[in-house]
Design a protein around this ligand. Structure first.
Ligand SMILES: Nc1ncnc2c1ncn2[C@@H]1O[C@H](COP(=O)(O)OP(=O)(O)OP(=O)(O)O)[C@@H](O)[C@H]1O
Ligand SMILES: [Mg+2]
Length: 354
C-alpha cells in the first residue's frame, strides 16, 4: 500500500510555521516553544515532520530525539541527539560527552547532577551555534527525569535561537506522570508558547484518506461513516485497517481482517512499522473470551453503551471489562488498548454495530 499523505492539520501547520518565523526572523533571543499533545497514534509525529519539511527559511540545525529504551536512561533525549553525530570538535570534556551520549566506555558517576545538567545545556548550545535551530523532543511522556529537566532548562535558556517542538501523549500516560505534568507546565509557561491538542480525524478527513487509497470507485458516504466509527478517527488505527485490507476493494474494510500471519512468518515488520507507536504493555496478556469481545468493540471505536448493546450485557459489566483490559494490556486509554490489539494483529471479533 502506498503511504497515505497527511490530511487536515492545516491550522496547526500554519501556527507552527508562525512560531518558526519568530525564531528564524531573530525577533526573539529566547527559544520559542510548541507543545503538541494527543492520544497514541493521533498524528503528532507526522505533524512535526510535515511542519519541519515546510519551514522556510530552512533551519540551520535540527536536533531531534526520542526516548529510545524501554526503561529510560538519564539524558536519553540528548543521547539520541548525539547518536551518529561527530562531536570531536565540541569544546567539552570527552568523558562528560561520553557519559551524556551513554557510551559503554563512559566512566560512571563522575559528575554531580547539577554539573551534568549544565554540561547537557552546553552541548545543546554548542550544537545550535548561531542557529536558527529546531529542537524536536518526541514522546516526552516516555522520557527520563533528567531529560525532562533538560528540556525545561532549554525552554527558558537565554540567547538560544531555537524553536523547541515537543510531542507527547497525555501526562497520565507518562513514565513519571507528576514529572511530566511539571515539565509540561514549565514549557507552556514560556511566553508565547504554542499549545496544540490533536483530536481524531473528522469524517471528512477520513473520507480524504480513503479517497487517496480508493480513488475509483469513490468511497461511499456509508463506507466513510462506518470506517470513521470503526477507527474512532484515529489515524494510526485507520492506516492499520487500510494495510490489513490492502489490495482488496473498499467494501472489504467493513469485513473482519484476513487471518493473522503466524508469528514465525511475521519476522519482517509491516510497512508501517517505522511509524507505529511504541508497543506498550505485555506482549501476551491473558484475556478472557469476554474481554476479547469487548476489545473488539474498542477496536471498532464503540462507546461502552454501544458495546453493551452489541454484546447483550450491561454497561456496568462493560465498564468492568474495560478497566480489566486497560490493566492487563498496560494501556492508559481505550485508544491505547485498541492500538495494543491492532499492533499484535489480535483476531478480535468485529461486532455488528447497531
Ligand atoms: N493527519 C493525518 N493524515 C493521514 N495520516 C495520518 C495523519 N496523522 C497521522 N497519520 C498516520 O497515522 C499513523 C500514526 O501517526 P503518528 O505516528 O504521527 O502518531 P503519534 O501521535 O506520533 O503516535 P505516538 O503517540 O505513538 O507517538 C502514521 O502512519 C501516520 O502516517
Ligand atoms: Mg509519535
Amino acid at each position: 500500500m502506498m503511504p497515505v499523505s497527511m490530511v487536515g492539520r492545516a491550522g496547526e501547520l500554519a501556527e507552527l510555521d508562525r512560531a518558526w518565523s519568530t525564531v528564524a526572523g531573530s525577533r526573539r533571543s529566547a527559544p520559542a516553544v510548541a507543545v503538541i499533545t494527543g492520544e497514541a497514534g493521533v498524528g503528532k509525529s507526522l505533524l512535526v515532520a510535515a511542519a519541519l519539511d515546510a519551514f522556510a527559511p530552512r533551519p540551520a540545525v535540527v536536533l531531534s530525539g526520542a526516548a529510545r529504551v524501554h526503561s529510560p536512561a538519564p539524558y536519553d533525549w540528548l543521547a539520541a541527539v548525539l547518536t551518529g553525530r561527530d562531536t570531536s570538535g565540541l569544546d567539552l570534556p570527552p568523558d562528560a560527552l561520553a557519559w551524556l551520549a551513554q557510551q559503554p566506555t563512559a566512566p560512571r558517576e563522575r559528575y554531580a547532577p547539577g554539573t551534568l545538567l549544565r554540561l547537557a545545556v552546553r552541548v545543546v548550545r554548542l550544537l545550535v551555534g548561531a542557529g536558527p535551530a529546531v529542537l524536536v523532543v518526541e514522546d516526552l511522556h516516555a522520557l527520563d527525569p533528567a531529560s525532562l529537566n533538560l528540556v525545561g532548562e532549554l525552554a527558558t535558556a537565554a540567547d538560544l535561537p531555537a524553536l523547541l517542538v515537543v510531542a507527547t501523549r497525555p501526562a497520565a500516560d507518562a513514565v513519571a506522570p507528576d514529572l511530566a505534568v511539571r515539565a509540561l507546565a514549565r514549557l507552556c509557561g514560556v511566553r508565547g508558547a504554542v499549545r496544540q491538542h490533536l483530536g481524531p480525524l473528522l469524517p471528512a478527513e477520513v473520507a480524504e484518506v480513503l479517497t487517496q487509497v480508493y480513488a475509483d470507485p469513490r468511497p461511499s458516504g456509508r463506507l466513510v461513516r462506518a470506517v470513521w466509527r470503526r477507527t474512532g478517527g484515529n489515524p494510526y488505527l485507520l492506516t492499520e485497517l487500510l494495510a490489513a485490507h490492502a489490495g482488496r476493494g473498499p467494501e472489504a474494510l467493513l469485513r473482519p481482517p484476513p487471518p493473522a500471519p503466524s508469528r514465525a512468518a511475521r519476522s519482517t515488520p509491516a510497512p508501517s512499522a517505522a511509524v507505529v507507536p511504541r508497543p506498550a504493555g505485555p506482549v501476551d496478556a491473558e484475556l478472557t473470551g469476554r474481554e476479547i469481545e469487548v476489545l473488539g468493540c474498542l477496536v471498532a471505536g464503540m462507546s461502552n453503551k454501544q458495546a453493551a448493546r452489541a454484546l447483550g450485557i450491561s454497561v456496568r459489566t462493560v465498564t468492568v471489562h474495560v478497566s480489566n483490559l486497560l490493566r492487563k494490556t498496560g494501556s492508559a486509554s481505550r485508544t491505547e488498548a485498541a492500538i495494543w490489539a491492532v499492533q499484535r494483529r489480535l483476531a478480535v471479533p468485529t461486532p455488528v454495530d447497531g
